[in-house]
Ligand binder design. Structure first.
Ligand code: UDP
Length: 312
């Protein structure tokens, strides 16, 4: 296959490039480096099956040649980055998705949208199944991301229904691993960075809010299976191992031997209280479930951040 991956220099996008290149496919990646990084794809510079186009996907996209699959992964995706770039976040979810769908339609390619557990907002139903419509504040600070992705899902299904494009929608839950930017404000890079510097971990609020963490290789395997499936409706990909943020902080301190403890800080507006995927659909439709334990994933991630911090 020849795959076109928007956000290909991002955290997840660059792992997708690696996944498909390792399986003998060809990849064209596009990124404007707003939150992605050239470092994430530097190792592909001499790979003949890899091409890179530096461009903002909200501008008209021209991809020469045949394309079999379009994976739309361009977007600021951490709460800090979509608060830093609110208008770009809405544009990439709306105009960028429109352009990427246009490429898929013109090339007769499959299309896969990177959606998010944020479409459930601050959910009132636990765990979250794909048929739950969510509890989103459209005018809160997170609305720019949540609504852009909800619009993107609707547009994706409109292209499927009106134009017959073979579309897939993955709802990605919290994911961590190497190439997650140290400064993107997410809980894993924040806590690991703080622990490695011997600082207290900044737990927002009382830390009773929950998340579950998916290692990036598990996520990428789920995405690849979804792409090759025939499923048009959204599929959650995430790890159902739910824990409180306070417990997670204590775990990071234990693993790293950080003696500085935790401090409780301001809780961001509209921070979801509980998040946990129901992955019945992924299990039954894709025969997928996560296989990397939290300790194994954290070991890889901590080693990556330690190396980055040494270089910095
Ligand atoms: N969080 C925290 N301390 C930090 C960063 C994040 O307690 O230094 C909390 C945040 O408030 C949220 C959870 O960790 O409840 C996950 O936050 P993240 O930014 O990783 O992504 P989210 O799941 O909110 O999209």
């Amino acid at each position: 296959m020849r795959l076109f991956i928007t956000g290909g220099a991002g955290f997840i996008g660059s792992h997708l490039c690696d996944y498909f290149l390792a399986r003998d496919h060809r990849v064209i990646a596009m990124d404007n480096f707003i939150t992605g990084s050239p470092d994430n794809i530097a190792h592909l510079a001499t790979e003949p099956r890899f091409e890179f186009i530096e461009q903002d996907v909200t501008k008209h996209i021209h991809v020469p040649g045949e394309v079999d699959a379009v994976l739309h992964f361009a977007s600021p995706a951490s709460p800090k980055s979509y608060l830093d770039y609110p208008i770009q976040t809405m544009k990439v979810g709306a105009l960028g998705t429109h352009n990427a769908l246009g490429v898929a339609r013109a090339k007769g390619a499959r299309f896969l949208l990177a959606s998010t557990s944020e479409v459930y907002g601050d959910p009132l139903v636990h765990p979250q199944r794909e048929d739950y419509w969510g509890n989103v504040n459209p005018v809160g600070p997170r609305g720019v991301y949540d609504e852009a992705k909800r619009f993107a899902e609707a547009l994706t299904l409109a292209y499927h229904r009106q134009h017959g494009v073979q579309t897939r929608i993955v709802r990605i839950f919290n994911t961590y691993g190497p190439r997650n930017a140290l400064d993107d404000g997410r809980v894993v890079p924040n806590f690991v960075g703080q622990a490695l510097r011997g600082e207290p971990l900044t737990v927002h609020g009382d830390g009773s809010q929950t998340r579950s963490f998916t290692y990036v290789s598990d996520l990428v395997e789920g995405i690849a299976r979804l792409l090759m499936s025939e499923e048009n409706l959204p599929v959650n990909i995430g790890n159902p191992n739910e824990m409180t943020i306070k417990t997670f902080a204590e775990r990071i301190n234990a693993i790293t031997g950080n003696k500085a403890g935790i401090i409780f800080t301001h809780r961001p507006v509209d921070d979801p209280s509980r998040r946990n995927p129901d992955i019945t659909r992924a299990r039954t439709l894709l025969n997928w479930e996560p296989v990397v334990s939290l300790d194994a994933g954290l070991e890889e991630t901590i080693a990556y951040f330690a190396e980055r911090m040494q270089k910095a």
